[in-house]
Design a protein around this ligand. Structure first.
Ligand code: HAM
Length: 415
């Protein structure tokens, strides 16, 4: 027996239905916000991710599935969707006219992480990327898209955390002060944090998940002390708008996100649903990334903002909603009462007629006894069983309503 890889999963039966319901809600919200769907390839040139996400990030440095193809070209399975979407937008000239385009994707991503509940090596993301729009209203509206999704899935146990990380000049200044702080604590930090420090991109020390590192970093200077006035002003505006619209949030000054492309507003929706997700699991992460497009095409100055939701984590957070709204039921179950071939053909016709009317139909052409067929129909949660028996010769069949326990004979023409 060949089994699947650790950190990957199969979807079938009820779980596949739950996935389908979740993605249908995601698609619906995408429509409400007038987002256009994009589908990008599963693999890209490695350079796309190393340049966009950053070489010092865990995502690129430690977690990416990278290999050479048969012609020795380095390719990577996509670890996230933003870089691919920027490439798609540029390559297909979506940003050429006014530079504005709002898109979404639902796609699997690949990261070589240690698998655990809600953390996989292949996982699905729903992502939103909005190009060419730069205002606090767009920032807040983007956050509201995420909130709408959580609301539609009846998810209430979460905390919205926000921060501003200013522009790249601010971060360069902050980097040197943080470096100073960290060098004085180096001995007490984990090997992970030391490695990040030695790589030079000290901000990435905040990506550490080691408790003692996080405790030490609480005393570190915060990025907010270094950000420029315009960024401060934008952050104030965002906070005011969130307050005005009744959106609760907390400011997390050590929130810098694990990817290099961000500036100004960054945000995460962190679950407080310990039962379904464990402690401190981030369901949604995003932020502004105004200089990513120009990194790939210098002639373009296109501000952007987006976020991505981990669909598996979203489904865990939506456990109650999905339990209440998914069944593996079928509406109609067409069973042949006897084995004669002519009746099987009549059954096929009845099934096709029902499907023509848009109904869900399962057929049972087997030689099982009728009682067994009823049992199966019930197991499949069918409402009606259409029984094709001898009377079909006179153009009649029997419909049994399993839920109500009633039967009636009907004319074939009536269905
Ligand atoms: P990210 O924070 O790396 O951001 O991932 C977003 C979400 O994907 C996480 O909050 C989490 O729910 C889910 N996720 C990440 N890794 C895993 C994993 N190994 N297993 C299960 N779920 C996972 C991004 O990917 C950015 N591209 C988001 C973005 C879009 N920023 C701007 N636009």
């Amino acid at each position: 027996m060949v089994t699947k890889f650790k950190g990957t999963r199969d979807y079938f039966g009820l779980e596949a239905k739950r996935f389908e319901l979740t993605t249908s809600i995601l698609e619906r919200v995408a429509k409400e916000f007038s987002l256009n769907k994009v589908i990008t390839p599963t693999f890209e040139k490695t350079e796309l991710f190393s340049r966009a996400v950053g070489n010092d990030t865990d995502v690129v440095n430690k977690e990416m599935y990278t290999f050479n193809d048969r012609k020795e070209r380095s390719i990577s399975l996509r670890p996230e969707g933003t870089a691919s979407t920027v490439r798609l937008a540029l390559e297909n000239k979506l940003l050429d006219n006014n530079g504005q385009e709002d898109v979404y994707y639902i796609a699997s991503m690949f990261r070589y992480e240690r698998p655990q509940k809600g953390r996989q090596r292949e996982f699905y993301q729903f992502g939103v990327e909005r190009f060419g729009k730069d205002s606090a209203f767009v920032d807040v509206e983007t956050i509201m898209t995420a909130i709408k999704i959580l609301r539609d899935l009846n998810i209430t146990k979460y905390e919205l955390q926000i921060n501003s990380i200013g522009n790249s000049n601010d971060r360069a200044k902050y980097n040197s002060s943080l470096k100073e702080f960290i060098s004085s604590k180096l001995e007490q930090l984990s090997e992970y944090a030391k490695e990040k420090y030695n790589l030079g991109n000290v901000l990435r020390v905040f990506d550490s998940k080691v408790d003692s590192d996080l405790e030490l970093l609480k005393d570190a200077p915060t990025i907010f002390e270094y950000i420029n006035d315009e960024s401060k002003e934008r952050f104030e505006q965002i906070k005011n708008l969130l307050n005005e619209h009744g959106v609760e949030y907390t400011i997390n000054q050590s929130l810098v996100r694990g990817l290099d492309y961000y500036n100004d507003i960054v945000f995460e929706f962190v679950s407080t649903d310990v039962e379904n997700l464990g402690s401190k699991s981030t369901i949604i992460g995003g932020g502004r990334y105004d200089s990513l497009v120009s990194k790939f095409d210098e002639s373009k100055d296109v501000p952007a903002i987006g976020f991505a939701i981990g669909i598996e984590r979203l489904m865990l957070a939506a456990t109650a909603f999905l339990d209440a709204n998914t069944t593996t039921s079928v509406d109609n179950y067409v069973a042949v009462a006897y084995e004669e071939e002519a009746m099987q053909n009549a059954a096929l016709k009845v099934a096709n007629t029902l499907r023509q009317k848009g109904e869900t139909v399962e057929t049972d052409f087997s030689k099982r006894k009728l009682a067994k067929k009823f049992e199966l129909a019930e197991k499949h949660n069918a409402t009606n069983v259409y029984i094709i028996g001898n009377e079909v010769a006179e153009g009649k069949i029997t419909i049994k309503n399993i839920k109500e326990g009633t039967s009636k004979e009907v004319n074939l023409k009536e269905i």
